[in-house]
Design a protein around this ligand. Structure first.
Ligand code: FAD
Ligand code: DLZ
Ligand code: SF4
Length: 510
């Protein structure tokens, strides 16, 4: 009899027929899946994220079994579980008499290194669930002085034909972002996204997670994620019909009472493999071609997936593991307790952190322009910021989280991903949200005891990094504004920022 090969399927590889599963033979090979502490505690993942992945893994394993595969599935509480992926690979290989295995290349460097040094020879297959292969990204990137998403995205539009009219972009423009910056009204009716009541499998996992990870930040009460393909498809249907038409227009808006607005909430399903990026983009394009969705929304949405998602992955893989420790701005402050639910007077940070704890979700502008913006302005150690984002969001996997956090949000890569830092004063947050009305600080105050910390820290950041950014043409207008202020005001702003940072360092609630 031919020895079986072991086919490893990780928690974010839940796509039938992809990667290793495409090469495997269901009559000979055995699929191995494992819930393990080494992954669940690599960072203190939000309980909803662990529950989402474990429930989706259990259902995927059941679907494979129903499809004729042999599956060895390790539950977290199995007494024989070695609690690491390589440990489970070796244990199952011994059990099955397998002398080799196949695995889809893991998305992050840590697990890749662990599998490359595993005592069972593992044939690692490229993850083929992306529009752009690693080789194609590297070919695009080779010889370019700077890697910019917009040019990569145009190339991907040409290659895939999405929203193209012959060789030209539909409507004559590649990017409709100028139309996508409207604040949202609190009283406008928006169909809330579907939430999925836990079935027996999910409930069992929720109980397990509540028991095993009680100290992790975040609650399980509001758990409403779909945990199988049917649910993920229902979420996609709902988004295309109800939210996509206004997705573009209100993409940057934030409301304290509406965490979702017109966002899709599809990232966990895409990242775990329950949906493919192709089917999601196909549906958005079809809705536009049928006249049900305006071009600015279809384009804005497809750009996030075909452009940003593929671009950050290419960049993560190209830059290598060293990317994770970059700290171009030399920031070293500790992440304030407010990020873990500690007290803060900043209404915007409080709202986004509370929402994150409740839902394991915040949309892009909340991540970038509230928690990310504050961490950057205050000079928080980017490694700590990275650890936080990797832990608290249901969609967080390092290949997508790290370039967004270290590159886009913290400028820790020195400008590999972004041409300038995403920083703003309180005025931007006030324009795009309704947070400021309920804040102890005053967004209109540029200096003084009640001034919004974002107003003070914004100028502190720009002045302390003038040597780096002063010559950046995209930042010249900000420096001109600063230079036009009278010196007395400048001194009040910088002193106010220093006082704020002293209180922050002393651990006072700010
Ligand atoms: P929508 O607004 O509906 O967007 C549609 C889809 O586009 C998303 O589902 C996602 O797949 C994709 N997308 C949108 N923006 C990006 C982006 N910048 N990079 C990659 N894909 C994008 N996204 C993650 O999937 N995982 C992360 O761990 C993650 N960490 C982030 C950390 C920071 C600091 C920032 C600023 C952004 C991060 N993002 C991350 C990107 C983005 O915020 C989320 O993809 C998005 O908020 C998910 O919600 P949604 O599905 O409702 O997105
Ligand atoms: C994120 C995660 C968690 C929390 N738990 C598991 C797990 O127990 N078993 C598993 O196979 N995968 C898990 N994952 C996903 C992996 O961490 C992910 O595959 C790697 O980080 C590579 O992206
Ligand atoms: Fe945030 Fe400043 Fe507005 Fe308060 S005033 S909510 S700190 S932006």
């Amino acid at each position: 009899m031919v020895a079986p090969r072991l086919v490893l399927v990780l928690g974010d590889q839940l796509t039938p027929g992809a990667g290793a599963l495409a090469l495997a033979d269901r009559n000979r090979d055995v699929v191995v899946m494992a819930e393990v502490l080494a992954e669940a505690e690599a960072v203190p993942h939000h309980p909803q994220k662990i529950a989402f992945l474990f429930a989706a893994m259990r259902k995927f394993a059941a679907a494979l079994t129903a499809d004729g595969w042999q599956v060895r599935y390790s539950r977290l509480d199995d007494p024989a579980n070695t609690q690491s992926i390589p440990g489970e690979v070796l244990r199952r290989a011994a059990e099955l008499g397998a002398r080799e295995g196949i695995a889809t290349r893991p998305g992050d460097w840590r697990l890749l290194a662990a599998l490359e040094t595993c005592a069972l020879p593992l044939h690692l297959v490229e993850d083929d669930r992306f529009f752009c292969s690693t080789a194609a990204f590297d070919a695009w990137a080779a010889d370019r002085k700077a890697l910019r998403m917009e040019y990569f995205y145009r190339e991907m539009r040409r290659r895939t034909g999405y929203l193209m009219e012959g060789a030209a972009p539909a409507g004559g423009r590649w990017n409709y972002d100028a139309e996508n910056r409207k604040p949202a009204a609190a009283d406008l009716f928006r169909a809330p996204p579907p939430r999925f009541a836990p079935d027996a499998t999910t409930q069992e996992v929720l109980d397990l997670v509540a028991r095993r990870f009680p100290a992790h930040f975040g609650g399980l009460e509001g758990f409403g994620w779909a945990t199988d393909r049917a649910g993920a498809l229902a979420a996609l249907d709902h988004f295309i019909a109800h939210a996509l038409p206004d997705f573009g227009t209100y993409q940057d808006a934030m409301l304290a009472g509406d965490p979702f607005l017109h966002h899709s909430l599809l990232s966990p399903y895409l990242n775990a493999g329950l949906l493919t990026p192709q089917e999601v983009c196909d549906r958005a394009e079809a809705a536009w071609r049928a006249g049900r969705v305006p071009l600015n929304s279809a384009e804005g949405f497809i750009r996030q997936i075909l452009g940003w998602r593929e671009f950050v992955r290419g960049l993560y893989l190209r830059e290598g593991p060293g990317y994770l420790t970059r700290n171009a701005l030399g920031h070293g402050r500790r992440l304030p307790p407010a990020y873990w639910g500690g007290e803060t007077r900043m209404a915007c940070v409080r709202a986004v952190v509370a929402q994150t704890g409740r839902l394991a979700y915040a949309h892009h502008i909340q991540r970038l322009m509230v928690t990310g913006n504050f961490a950057l302005l205050a000079g928080i150690d980017p490694a700590e910021v990275h650890g936080w984002y990797l832990a608290v969001y249901v969609d967080a996997l390092e290949w997508v989280e790290a370039p967004n956090t270290l590159g886009m949000s913290q400028f820790a890569d020195g400008g590999v991903l972004a041409s300038k830092p995403y920083v703003s004063s309180g005025a931007y947050i006030d324009r795009m949200s309704d947070y400021c009305g309920g804040c102890r600080y005053r967004v209109a105050d540029r200096a003084g005891p009640d001034a919004c910390p974002f107003n003070l820290l914004y100028w502190h950041f720009l002045t302390r990094h003038r040597a780096r950014f002063g010559t950046n043409p995209r930042m010249a207008p900000m420096y001109r504004t600063w230079d036009r202020m009278d010196e007395g005001h400048q001194a009040r702003v910088l002193e106010g920022a220093e006082r704020f940072l002293v209180r922050l360092d002393a651990g006072e609630p700010v």
